[in-house]
Design a protein around this ligand. Structure first.
Ligand code: SAM
Length: 228
């Protein structure tokens, strides 16, 4: 299936699909950062990172309603740019598809012109803006990300169809070295078939996936966290 774009936005399906997902992610990123950064009491100072492994373009076009909304990567950048005290929040965006990646850069330049795209995709050691862009395969990107000091981190896998578990596992392998080590969280968005199953047979799902720790109020959307 070919990638389709409307302007810079990736064309994705559904007001109750992509649109709802983006809204949930927007709320959760903000909720998560407010806690993991130490909050107001700590001046939001603790190092944190949101890592989008399937960033797409930062904008999504909803065919049915003919509207362009912020995608998950757009919400991550927006969280950083529209709040004060976010200097210690790192936003890391990975997009393997070259055309998609170019649109992502255009979206950032158009919407958040204070972010230097050149620096974001430049060498890690020279990055002072704490926004990183990678046009790499997941495996390569995860190896590079492992060299960045992240702090409390949220890794979001959002593949269109699937992601090899061996790839996901590289993240805890590089970050979780002791029992009960905290500071690494996962959102792995599984789509279509599995969600349809969630919806129609929740009992079966709860048996199969005892790692499901958070379910948002809409029953057709479940987010699985801390899956290892
Ligand atoms: C669903 S998109 C991710 C969207 C992004 N996380 C968001 O919420 O805006 C997932 C990934 O699928 C890839 N992909 C591959 N083929 C695609 C297609 N035909 N349509 C949409 N995405 C496709 C893109 O490169 C992208 O990284």
């Amino acid at each position: 299936m070919a990638l389709e774009f409307v302007g810079d936005a990736i064309s994705l399906s559904g007001p109750t699909g992509t649109k709802l997902k983006s809204e949930i992610i927007r709320e959760y990123y903000s909720f998560w950062w407010n806690i993991t950064s130490g909050g107001a009491a700590k001046n939001y100072d603790w190092p944190t990172a949101i890592i989008e492994l399937d960033a797409a373009t930062g904008e999504a076009y909803i065919e049915e309603t003919k509207e362009t909304i912020l995608g998950s990567a757009g919400h991550a950048v927006n969280l950083k740019c529209s709040n004060t005290n976010t200097h210690n929040l790192k936003i890391i965006l990975v997009e393997k598809h070259p055309e998609c990646y170019n649109h992502l850069k255009s979206v950032i330049e158009r919407r958040w012109s204070n972010i230097s795209v050149a620096q974001a995709e430049g060498p890690i050691y020279a990055n002072h803006i704490n926004v990183y862009l990678f046009n790499d395969t997941l495996d390569k990107a995860i190896s590079k990300i492992a060299t960045i000091k992240l702090g409390n981190s949220l890794f979001f896998f959002d593949p269109l169809r699937s992601v090899p578990f061996t790839t996901i596992e590289k993240v805890p392998q590089s970050r979780i070295k002791q029992f009960y080590q905290t500071g690494t969280e996962f959102i792995i968005f599984v789509f279509i078939i599995f969600l349809a199953e969630c919806f129609s047979r929740p009992r079966l799902v709860s048996v199969r996936s005892n790692r499901c720790c958070r379910c948002f109020s809409d029953p057709s959307f479940w987010i699985f966290e801390n899956c290892r």
